[in-house]
Write a protein of this length. Structure first.
Lengths: 228, 245
């Protein structure tokens, strides 16, 4: 391998600019789908996990046990194995097993129980007495969930979502390698297989910047929402 | 107003076995009175209070409030009935992410009031408890006494006939305690709201109650009457409590 000057490296990267942009969009798409699934399905699952605990509104030992077991089951899978095992499901749902949308299937699958646990943990921090006060005032379970639990836990939920987003940014890189595309995939294809270290370094730096931005935005929003 | 008929409540102990918190107790609380529930820790006074709005459901017996037998109601009918029974807590139990005004508005929101009516009623209640200038503050920015005033305003907002107060002054200093008791008494005299108050201090009974039930080991030992801030009592337990106070 010939000696690489900084100028040469930058020139290479600028030639790759359209691909880097494309990869960023793919990563964004994978994350958007995975996080949406996590919020829409994992959120309610987390609320249910919390509410079926002993002493809570819908305390139910069996339901809580089964849900908790399922969540642990999915979370036990190393992500790469989960991806491979979900290939048939992905083919049925998306019609293909490559590309960011196909990769979003196992990502969503992993994100749902992950977020459910985070939501459950966050809700546990709400004092029981606040929920009890709402019950005493005649609030319905739906009103308690929306107006009390979610509203009181909102800052913690944003922090949870921040953690989830950052974790899944790196999961999406793994998904990329098995045909999903995205920033991680680009880093591997150029940086590793073609020995273009500057691409690898640039992609890692890009991810570092994205992670810092997500954490910063998450912290700011959580602090603004937290009136405790 | 409030009729408890042979209510019994027991809890399972963590180490197994059962604990009878309230034993086959009957109690009649009249409309418009301030009624105390007094006793030592573990006497069953908080459980008895929580049986009135069915936060605890009795294992046997019946609870009737305002002519409605709560123990016979469906879940949704019970929710409507509870909107007529305010509750004030020792730890205030305010929602930290809602402003003072929005905390007071909460019971009205869930009862389906129109926004304009809510705003008017919240302003009224803020005025009653003297917190108009704190409307847009959050609970974390208030003192303990102010938080309890918000708790009282919240309980009062839906114009309930009954307010249940579970040790409302136990987390407060003596001076603040008196102002909260005055506030409850004021509400009782101005609006005729029946108040049931749990306490372990004879001082609270003497200063605002008309009558009180002295509880021990889940049973009513004696009904105390208060006249001109003097408590008349027969039982040895009541006398010992009067001596400490």
């Amino acid at each position: 391998m010939e000696e690489l000057t900084l100028a040469q490296a930058l020139a290479n990267l600028s030639d790759l600019a359209p691909e880097i942009w494309q990869a960023s969009l793919e990563t964004g798409l994978m994350l958007a789908i995975g996080l949406t699934a996590a919020i829409l399905l994992g959120g309610p699952l987390g609320v249910l996990l919390y509410l079926t605990q002993p002493g809570q509104l819908f305390a139910h030992r069996t339901v809580n046990g089964v849900l908790g077991w399922l969540v642990n089951l999915v979370r036990s899978f190393p992500f790469i194995i989960l991806m491979v095992s979900l290939v048939p499901l992905t083919r049925v749902l998306v019609g293909s097993t490559i590309g960011p949308i196909a990769a979003a299937v196992p990502l969503s699958f992993a994100a749902i129980p992950y977020f459910a646990r985070l939501v459950e943990q966050t809700l546990r921090e709400i004092p029981r007495g606040v929920v009890e006060a709402a019950e005493a005032m005649g609030a319905s379970p739906a009103q308690i969930i929306v107006k009390v639990l979610i509203n009181e836990a909102r800052a913690g939920l944003i922090s949870s979502l921040t953690i989830l987003t950052i974790s899944f940014l790196s999961y999406s890189a793994v998904a990329g390698v098995v045909g999903g595309g995205g920033i991680g995939d680009l880093a591997i294809r150029y940086g590793y297989y073609r020995f273009q270290s500057e691409v690898m370094i640039a992609m890692v730096l890009l991810l570092v910047v994205i992670v810092q931005l997500i954490q910063f935005a998450g912290n700011r929003l959580a602090a603004r929402l937290d009136k405790r | 107003m409030i009729h408890l008929k042979n209510v019994h409540k027991r809890f399972q102990k963590p180490e197994g076995g059962w604990f009878d918190a309230v034993r086959d107790t009957s109690l009649h609380i009249r409309a418009g009175e301030i009624f105390g529930l007094i006793g030592f820790s573990g006497a069953g006074k908080s459980t008895l209070l929580r049986l009135i709005n069915l936060l605890e459901r009795p294992d046997s017996g019946s609870v009737t409030v305002d002519g409605q037998q709560l123990t016979a109601l469906s879940a949704s009918a019970l929710r409507r009935a509870r909107q007529n029974i305010g509750m004030v807590f020792q730890q205030f139990n305010l929602m930290a992410n809602r402003t003072v005004a929005d905390n007071i508005a909460f019971p009205l929101e869930i009862a389906g009031w129109q926004q304009a009516d809510i705003d008017a009623r919240v302003a009224e209640c803020l005025d009653i408890v003297g917190l108009t200038d704190r409307a847009q503050h959050y609970p974390a920015q208030l003192s303990g006494g102010q938080k309890q005033r918000v708790g009282i305003a919240r309980a009062l907002a839906p114009r309930p006939h009954v307010i249940l107060a579970d040790e409302p002054t136990s987390a407060l200093d003596p001076k603040t305690t008196q102002s909260i008791l005055d506030c409850l008494q004021d509400i009782n005299t101005r609006f005729g709201v029946t108040v049931v108050i749990v306490t372990h201090e004879m001082h609270v009974i003497r200063s605002i109650c008309h009558r009180a039930a002295l509880l021990d080991a889940g049973e009513v030992v004696e009904i105390l009457t208060v006249q001109d801030k003097q408590v008349s009592a027969q039982s040895a337990l009541a006398k010992s409590l009067l001596e400490v106070a």
